[in-house]
Design a protein around this ligand. Sequence first.
Ligand code: NAP
Length: 508
Amino acid sequence: MASDRGHTRLICSLTSPDAVSMRADMVAAAAAGADTVECRLDLLQPAPNERTLRSLLADPPLEVIATCRPVRQGGHFAGEESWRLEILRLAVQAGATFVDVEDDVDPAAWPAGRVICSFHEMDGCPPDLEKIVRRLDDSPAEVSKVAFTASSSQDALRALDVLHNARKPTLALAMGEAGAVSRILARKFSAFGTFASLRRGAESAAGQLTIQEMRQLYRWDGHSHTTSIYGVVGYPLAHTMSPAIHNAAFAAEDLDAVYVPLLVQPGEDNFRRFMDALADRPWLHWRGLSITIPHKANALAYVGPKSCAKLARQIGAVNTILFGSRKRLRGENTDCVAALDALCEAMGIRRAELAGKTVAVLGAGGAARAVVAGLREYRSEVTVYNRTLDRAEELAKTFSCRAAGLDEVAGMSAEILINCTSVGMHPHVDSCPLAAIPPSVKVVFDTIYNPVRTRLLQRAGEKNCLTVSGVEMFINQAMVQFKLWTGREAPADVMRRVVLEKLDAGGA
Ligand code: NAP
């Protein structure tokens, strides 16, 4: 663990096009909990003069970094270099605490003051990152800053390497959605600071989170080198609810832990490289992972069948990884018990009472495999109905049950119907996998959780069937993960509230 280099600043980048609004945003950033602001002087129109800089920077309510990024390093200032450096000199005179100077500027030309020497690569992660950081560290600047674009969360781990090995106060940021982990974990690794925006749409770089997200969702203020790390690996992750659910649960249980999104491109090789990168960095103190589309089968292969629970092996998918002692990993699948418990709780029965119940499962994909594995474990009579008959037959063979085409579903005689197809899922909320609910059906469980009440469940309700929403399965699987990771009972009400709020807000 890198030694503590002092307080890690939450730095709000200010991107307004005029000095009056930038000053107002400075006050708003202080009120929102930022420690420092970065005034992006290159975004001011017209370019600021001495009077503008005095009105912007006199007696600031918090520490200010003055930045006037040139076009050549991803900024907007297109004027003469001597003019740019003069703006920075005037900014220091007007009241800026720090001045950001790019690493290609001769130190002899730097404005007098406390300098952050910065390097930016917008097109990817530089292969010679360590060399670049050494060059920044060898400069006379007080702070080194390196920012590059991450295409995968594996790149973002390289920003954490820079912080871990830092020789002086350092900012190391991976830009883009895949870089989020480098921003969120900056305090754990004693960075000089991390950047956040005042509001959505006001970001100064791709992937920047808002101050509110950093403080409320990720509980930035409480992070320290002891904070345990968890996360979700998937692609895409833009609509994942998992960080909201798990961070809220950690907060409710007052746990020193944070849960982060980890974007890893599809493909077994990409997954393996990312997992190897985590294993190579034991100092991260990673504790657990959720695995989502498209990496559940890759996770089973990576962890190895012998280290996975029997049900996960049968399903062919791992959605939860636990990091044990001496780098040992364990793979679990919490979708299966989550589905069974959602069904049993709604029906008021124990799992053992599923024995002999007749169940029609629609679909033969990942969700169907988890549901069928659980039902067969408890000896339900299952028929799998799928659009592609071959897939239904393959699934039925694995779990010794029956298979049929989806077009045969009208003639079925099962008591319980479980939809594991994606038909009816947001945004196609008017679709329904069945034209009518067959008369034998008493219970309808739709594994889709967005929307909460699908067209299928509406139809089932009209026929007085007992209905079960996929939301219950979704909450259950997160609760089981929480218990596996922490050994504690999950705060169910908190998790349910977060999921329903997110779905209400259209955030899923
Ligand atoms: P998947 O592996 O891609 O499988 C999709 C299934 O839907 C396949 O059986 C596919 O049939 C069928 N399907 C897709 N479009 C269809 C159409 N137009 N008509 C008929 N069948 C169609 O996906 P998955 O991971 O199993 O997910 C399926 C659903 O389960 C999703 O809606 C997801 O939200 C839900 N789910 C919920 C939870 C939860 O916690 N509540 C967890 C996991 C999944 P073919 O084989 O013919 O393509």
